[in-house]
Ligand binder design. Sequence first.
Ligand code: FAD
Length: 484
Amino acid sequence: MMRLFTTAAQLRPIPRSTRFANGGVSFWFRDIGLPERRDPLPGDAEYDVCVVGAGYSGLWTAYYLKKAEPDLRIAVIEREFAGFGASGRNGGWLSAEFAGSRERYAQSHGKSSMIALQRAMMHTVDEVATVARDEGIDADIVRGGMRLVATNAAQRARLVEEIEYLQEWGYWPDDVHLLEPDHEPRLSVAGAVAAAYSPHAARVHPAKLVTGLARVVEGLGVDLFEGTAVEEIRPREGTSAPAVVTDHGTVRAEHVIRATEGFTSTLRGHKREWLPMNSSMIATEPLSDELWEKIGWEGREVLGDSAHSYVYAQRTADGRIAIGGRGVPYRFGSAQDDDGATQPQAIVELWQALVRLFPDASEVPVEHAWSGVLGVPRDWCPSVHLDTASGVGWAGGYVGSGVATSNLAGRTLRDLVLGRESDLTRLPWVGHQVRGWEPEPLRWVGTQMIYGLYRTADRRESRTPEDKAHTSRFAGLATRIAGR
Ligand SMILES: Cc1cc2nc3c(=O)[nH]c(=O)nc-3n(C[C@H](O)[C@H](O)[C@H](O)COP(=O)(O)OP(=O)(O)OC[C@H]3O[C@@H](n4cnc5c(N)ncnc54)[C@H](O)[C@@H]3O)c2cc1C
């Protein structure tokens, strides 16, 4: 009962639309309507390739394989419907950002290899936009780039350092740079003391992209089964092909690709592999023309800030602001939501961030709140792999940057499955492996500490006088605990 009161009190200051909803997968699916489910797997079956999970990773893998070898028999097995996971819930930043420590990849493969990976990510932004256009997927894509703002002196110092750092790792000056204060097209963010820009990003409507991709993949002749839960993936045993055991029968295939990202911990044998980390979002009602006149944002660039508990935002095709951040990052025992409902605390924090950046939008009602899960490996480094002996491969652990990375993964898995050595299969994230997460309660305590410290660091930095601006020690401690 006490919790109910807290909830109501927490949400009271927030203007909410009469159409306000929390969950229902995401605003994006509310916008286009939840899809009718495809048929489940009809029973035991045999394929050349079986992909588990119909998000971007699984669908891009099926897409590129079928394009390369139209005769391949490919099945994609999905527990709910295509796009139910993070692919239908994200912030719509199709960006060249790659999660993970560059130094770690460089240690195993050399610096030039990591730079090649970064350049491949930049190309991937173009690749997704081009395929979407050529395949007739209308996903509201606008190649407006990415703008990062700093709203205090410590953030500004970090932003400048970050640009210098990126320019050592594959970004040339045209790929990321500081903006002049009067830069056009204008985007007025309150309290911004500096801003950086990269052209390697586009705004997308996540659910339109994933449902469009599913339609295209199906049209190519891939069997997409929905409402079919995979319980276990069994590697090849002797002459027996790898098996995907589901609640509707078992699929045997020469190659099995696991593309379950934040849900991976629910598969038998994978409990501690990738931590299911939550990210939450809110979307406002459409803003009036007068408000857009004040804010600008004509370029439709995706927008982020430089806080440790950073937020990401986009101006949607129908004139809303959709903004996201970590919210309540981790639930005890890797527990997951199933319908995208997010905690009141996350809604409050996101609304406060929205109003901090755009005070003029403080009266605009919030229409939707939701959350989804990302996959976080113990070293925060994404990977893609195919173990030829067992016949089982995977892609993921993208942390918060999977919209473009999943496309690079799909093309890489194509080459790995077809046994082609290529520039893609030589990239340093291929075959990268890491130990699992600690058992509970350590996992839960650790993530609470990490995000608590990041929040403390943000609060301290916002109060630090201009001449003493530096990154708070609390952030460094959080990063060390996280093992990033
Ligand atoms: C709120 C939020 C905001 C984000 N914003 C951005 C962003 O702006 N830019 C960016 O680059 N990244 C962002 N991300 C991350 C990005 O969305 C993901 O990295 C990406 O979508 C992962 O795609 P995926 O296909 O690997 O996983 P998912 O999209 O999660 O797909 C996995 C699929 O597997 C299915 N599945 C799971 N278990 C089983 C099972 N046992 N049997 C059968 N099927 C199963 C699920 O139902 C799901 O459909 C965000 C994520 C979230 C949650």
